[in-house]
Design a protein. Structure first.
Length: 311
């Protein structure tokens, strides 16, 4: 039997892995015996989790993986260059492509049915330049398509009476932190603490020391019932972000007002927030950002800098 080739710890690891992966599998793909075995393994895992705190029965929440994100990939080529860029949405990609086309519109002037000036519509401009099949220009072309952006997620099991790890557990995690230096296979140096990844490196393009924190792989014990991980960031002696460990983060006043408002009230609240500088709207993707954000924080690759306010 296959089981004889593994020690008990290996078998336990395989069982737990199977239970986690099962969340992404259509049950109809499994036999009745396989489904029963996985159900019993899942019940055993939950029982083991509850046994760690025998003083009272533990109520847990199951947090599903984050939904898949999406980016639009634009590839444009000619005899001199082959360029690939990413966009948060299709309209932004078409707008950039149309801007390029308008800059080289003289290539078409004089051809039959081509106006002296390009159309005002971005899509119409692109189609007229490249042709409906994108092959009207033998030495030029473009491809535009959507690409899903996501890592393979996993369902988390977190207690509803969340408590941040105590001093002993935190000390053990800190002692187990791992540093991964930059190598040929690892583009950037990073530190891992209890599944939290912290990248710190010199970013030539940004002209700054860049610090990036990734929380998707954090251990379950760090995850609050709302799916977030408490995070406090300090630069020198200044606290630049404080999302403390005492329960889920509190909603600010603006969030509460928007949540309770109807459509007309929401529009008025947003207009007031824009006027007061509490919110600003990204000119590229139209995402509403908090006033303190220096660039667009919409999920995806947008990151357009905050526009300067005009008096």
């Amino acid at each position: 039997m296959i089981a004889t080739r593994f020690n008990p710890l290996d078998i336990e690891c395989l069982v737990k892995t199977a239970v986690v992966l099962w969340e992404d599998i259509d049950p109809s793909d499994l036999s009745e015996h396989e489904q029963d075995t996985l159900n019993r393994a899942r019940d055993a895992m939950l029982a083991e989790h509850a046994d760690q705190q025998p003083s009272h029965p533990e109520v847990v929440a199951f947090i599903s993986p984050r939904p898949v994100g999406q980016a639009w990939v634009l590839r444009r080529w000619d005899r001199h260059e082959d360029v690939v860029t990413l966009y948060a949405d299709e309209d932004s990609a078409l707008a950039d492509l149309a801007e390029y086309v308008r800059g080289v519109w003289d290539n078409l002037v004089g051809e039959e049915g081509v106006p002296d000036q390009p159309p005002t519509g971005d899509r119409e401009t692109v189609v007229l330049y490249y042709g409906p099949e994108r092959n009207g220009r033998p030495d030029e072309g473009h491809n535009l398509y959507a690409e899903d952006i996501a890592k393979r997620g996993r369902t988390r099991i977190v207690p509803l009476d969340y408590r941040f790890p105590d001093e002993d557990a935190s000390e053990q995690a800190n002692r187990g932190a791992t540093f991964h230096p930059q190598t040929d296979d690892n583009d950037l140096p990073w530190v891992e603490v209890d599944g939290v990844l912290v990248f710190a490196y010199l970013d030539t393009d940004a002209g700054a020391v860049r610090v990036s924190v990734h929380l998707d792989s954090a251990e379950d014990r760090l995850v609050r019932p709302d799916g977030t991980v408490p995070l406090r960031v300090e630069v020198e002696d200044a606290v630049v972000l404080d999302d403390g460990a005492e329960g889920p983060p509190k909603q600010d006043l603006l969030t509460k007002l928007l949540y309770a408002a109807d459509d007309l009230q929401e529009q008025a609240i947003r207009e007031a927030a824009f006027a007061a500088g509490v919110l600003w709207r990204c000119p590229t993707c139209q995402w509403d950002n908090p006033g303190e954000a220096t660039c667009c924080e919409r999920p995806g690759p947008c990151r357009v800098p905050k526009p300067k306010r005009t008096s």
